[in-house]
Write a protein that binds this ligand. Structure first.
Ligand SMILES: *Cc1c(COP(=O)(O)O)cnc(C)c1O
Length: 808
């Protein structure tokens, strides 16, 4: 496309015209913006053509609605997908610039909490790269997920004002704004034909303004769209009244409350924050998305009765499940379809993905709140519920006793998962085990009612970002061995299996890992001042902080190793560096205590001369996508140690496997599918099974205090927390101590401790044989092709969306 010199020229021109600067006087930000502008130029035409092609060919479209898109940075992946990454990096280097520090100028788009939001971002990448007519729809939060600082071992949250400098990838489309209504009263009048017309009085009007972000396919000229909605005051209200002071302040208040709707992302991962503003956000997203879909469909000449033939909508978790009544509302009130017609279309269009069975995440909203905020929507939910329950009573007499557990409105609450299941034609879980648990337990009543709706779609990650982009060293070694086909067909990574006895290949892959560890060690040194041993095991646990993810089990193991070394300083222990990254929800007390504990343990272990560099504990603050991209290529050991049955799938496990880390994990989520692929000799499995966990919950039989009294290692650790070595006047972990012993260790940390320690010893032994370890590492990369989100998206497309790739 361009030679390095041409690109250099282009860049210098841009700098002059856009920033009025010569390259010599430009800082990294100037250069970043110039590069972004070049990329924009090269995308624009394809973006337009992609849209026109979908319209002209009247393609079936899929809209992925999600409250979260955890995008991270886009510069490198956009450059890579346009085929400009190498030429741009070379040009920058020739101009005396460090490409990485230019690309790092981009502020992460942190519009998500963790796995669920990152999944949505990977799906967008795969849909564009596989040429599916698929779009994302989300909220343009002015503040993304908080920035985490650690002060004296405590998490402090800072607002993430990511739009401080203009976001390079978005385009405001004010002329495509839509109106959203909240509150007020609903009135109905009979029309001449006898049908009912609904009008709203005294409702608050909010303007939804779209901002489009291009989603660039991998070297295929496809550019799809992520449309993010921003809440603004409608134009006719925007004029500031000048006639009285109080009206002026009232007006500012009103403007502020409207803009709050897209003000910030709720920082709770896998738990429900039942506030009115959150419900407003959900309806705001759903109403703008569905109005927009109908507008585009009709503009293209589609007949509303055939909407389901050209449109599929996937709702990411229950957060957008108001899509069910909102689509019904628009089809009936605006398009004048009958209930029966509207219902047929709604259920044919919508599909729902379940992400968790944790009870604290089950979305329920008080009837009063829904009724007052969304009066017309509430009427429709009520009618859906009435018809559903009536159908159960008459058509399924055997299920009459189950009605209280199936009803959409029960105990004065609207049950969002039930609404989503009843209103969709597909309900999917995100890993084999998770889907089985939904069918057999959590949603068994619905499964008996609608067995045909339930299906599994095991999560995936985009191998382009998570291998090709973030680990160029390994990607090159792989391509050298098996050719570049794996980039478009990730399952072809299995060709590496043949190389697991090839000394030269193992050597090359091992060398890359060593270099990646060196780079990470430098980052750790720079950010924390801790010097780590580059030959130690890089033992990584990076994910949101949650009791069910059991960072505590990891810490207990560290304390245990520390105790062993103190008792026997000459113990021959394989050196380890424990690396943590984790944000806790701001109101999650136990999670914050655990962060404090990691820091406290680190301060003792890292300073102890007896320990030396045999053990180091590192907590990297502000874990986000960009930090993940730096840690994952350097990981030796991937900690996936959730209480079995609690982690629906996990995707961090897949990213690390693909980068050649070995997993130590429970038989939970997608870990099971990893094990089935690599075989038991290439993974370290430990702990209770999900059946055993379930049995203890159902029948009892576990007593944490017994373990405290019988296992000296456990007693010693817990006592250290309670005021011994790991507690002091200022820092105490009594709450953790009591929580575990007096709430009977609900996540089985103590129960799985012995099995975890034994398995960690196997890890140590294995690491002492570098060649053997490297072989296992290569097997992990080789079998990771299944976990490309390309595979996941192909499955959604063929089983749920009935979508085929667009022909060029
Ligand atoms: C992949 C990813 C996650 C999900 O990690 P899990 O280990 O599956 O919980 C969370 N946050 C970020 C930034 C990620 O990149």
């Amino acid at each position: 496309m361009y030679t390095t010199t041409e690109f250099q020229q282009l860049l210098e021109d841009k700098l002059r015209r856009k920033r009025g600067k010569e390259i010599k006087e430009a800082d990294d930000k100037d250069v970043y913006e110039a590069v972004a502008s070049i990329v924009q130029d090269s995308i624009t035409e394809d973006w337009l053509e992609t849209r026109q092609r979908y319209e002209k060919r009247n393609e079936r479209q899929i809209y992925y609605i999600s409250m979260e898109f955890l995008i991270g940075r886009l510069m490198e992946s956009n450059l890579m997908n346009c085929g400009l990454l190498d030429v741009c990096s070379d040009a920058l280097r020739q101009l005396g610039r460090d490409p990485e520090s230019v690309y790092n100028q981009e502020h992460d788009a942190g519009l998500g909490n963790g796995g669920l939001g990152r999944l949505a971002a990977c799906f967008l990448d795969s849909m564009a790269s596989l040429k599916y007519a698929g779009h994302g729809s989300g909220i343009r939060y002015r503040y993304g997920l908080f920035e985490q600082r650690i002060i004296h071992g405590n998490q402090v949250e800072l607002p993430d004002y990511w739009l401080k400098e203009a976001y390079a990838w978005e385009t405001r489309k004010a002329n495509e704004s839509l109106k959203i209504y909240f509150g007020g009263e609903v009135h109905s009048h009979a029309r001449a034909d006898g049908s009912l017309e609904f009008t709203y009085k005294h409702a608050d009007e909010v303007l939804a303004v779209p901002y489009d972000v291009p989603i660039v396919g991998y070297r295929n000229n496809v550019v799809n769209t992520l449309r993010l909605w921003s809440a603004e005051l409608p134009e006719h209200e925007a004029e500031i009244p000048g006639d009285s002071e109080s009206r002026y302040y009232h007006h500012l208040d009103h403007m502020h409350s409207v803009e709050q709707i897209s003000g910030f992302l709720y920082p709770d991962d896998s738990s429900l924050e039942g506030r009115e503003l959150r419900l407003k956000q959900q309806y705001f997203l759903v109403s703008s998305t569905i109005q927009n879909i109908l507008r585009e469909y009709k503009a293209n000449g589609g007949s509303i009765r055939e909407l389901h033939k050209k449109t599929a909508i996937q709702i990411n978790d229950t957060h957008p499940s108001l899509a069910v009544p909102e689509l019904m509302r628009l089809l009936m009130d605006e398009e004048r379809l009958s209930w029966e017609e509207a219902w047929k279309i709604t259920t044919a269009v919508l599909a729902y993905t379940n992400h968790t069975t944790l009870s604290e995440a089950l979305e329920k909203w008080p009837v009063d709140l829904v009724q007052q905020l969304l009066p017309r929507i509430f009427m429709i939910i009520n009618e859906i519920n009435e018809r559903f329950c009536r159908g159960l009573w008459f058509d399924h007499p055997d299920m009459r006793l189950d009605i209280p557990h199936l009803a959409i409105i029960a105990d004065d609450q609207v049950h969002m998962a039930r609404l989503a299941i009843v209103g969709s034609h597909s309900v999917n879980g995100v890993a084999h085990l998770h889907t089985e648990i939904l069918k057999k337990r959590e949603m068994n009543r619905f499964y008996r009612l609608y067995p045909e709706k339930f299906n599994n779609k095991t999560n995936g990650i985009t191998h382009r970002r998570w291998l090709l982009q973030v680990n160029r060293g390994l990607a090159d070694v792989v391509t050298e061995a098996i050719g570049p086909q794996w980039i478009s067909q990730p399952q072809k990574l299995s060709g590496l299996v043949r190389y697991s006895n090839d000394a030269a290949f193992l050597e090359a892959a091992g060398q890359v890992k060593q270099e990646n560890k060196k780079v990470l060690a430098e980052l750790i040194q720079k950010r924390t001042g801790i010097h780590v041993n580059e030959n130690s095991i890089f033992d990584v646990q990076i994910k949101r902080l949650h009791e069910y993810k059991r960072q505590l089990l990891n810490i207990f193991h560290i304390i245990h190793l520390y105790n062993e070394l103190k008792d026997n300083p000459s113990l021959d222990l394989t050196p380890r560096t424990f690396i943590f990254g984790a944000k806790a929800a701001p109101g999650y007390y136990m999670a914050k205590e655990i962060i404090k504990l990691v820091h406290h343990v680190a301060s003792i272990v890292n300073e102890d001369p007896v320990i030396g560099d045999r053990l180091k504990v590192v907590f990297l603050e502000n874990y986000n996508v960009s930090l993940a991209e730096k840690i994952i290529p350097a990981a030796d050991l991937s900690e996936q140690i959730s209480t079995a049955s609690k982690e629906a799938s996990g995707t961090g496990n897949m990213k690390m496997m693909m980068n050649g880390a070995l997993t130590i994990g429970t038989l939970d989520g997608a870990n099971i599918e990893i094990k089935d692929l690599v075989g038991p000799s290439n993974i370290f499995i430990f702990g209770l099974s999900s059946e055993e966990v379930h049995r203890y919950y159902a029948e009892g039989g576990y007593n944490a205090k017994d373990l405290y009294h019988t296992d000296e290692r456990i007693r010693r650790i817990l006592d250290q927390l309670h005021g011994g070595e790991f507690g002091s006047q200022e820092i105490e972990f009594k709450d953790l101590f009591y929580h575990i012993l007096y709430h009977n260790d609900p996540y089985f940390v103590l129960k799985d401790f012995d099995s975890y320690v034994v398995t960690q010893e196997l890890v140590e032994q294995a690491y002492r044989d570098p060649r053997h370890w490297q072989k296992m590492s290569v097997a992990n990369t080789a079998y990771s092709g299944k976990f490309s989100s390309d595979r996941t998206i192909h499955e959604y497309a063929s089983d749920i969306w009935k979508l085929t790739p667009v022909r060029s």
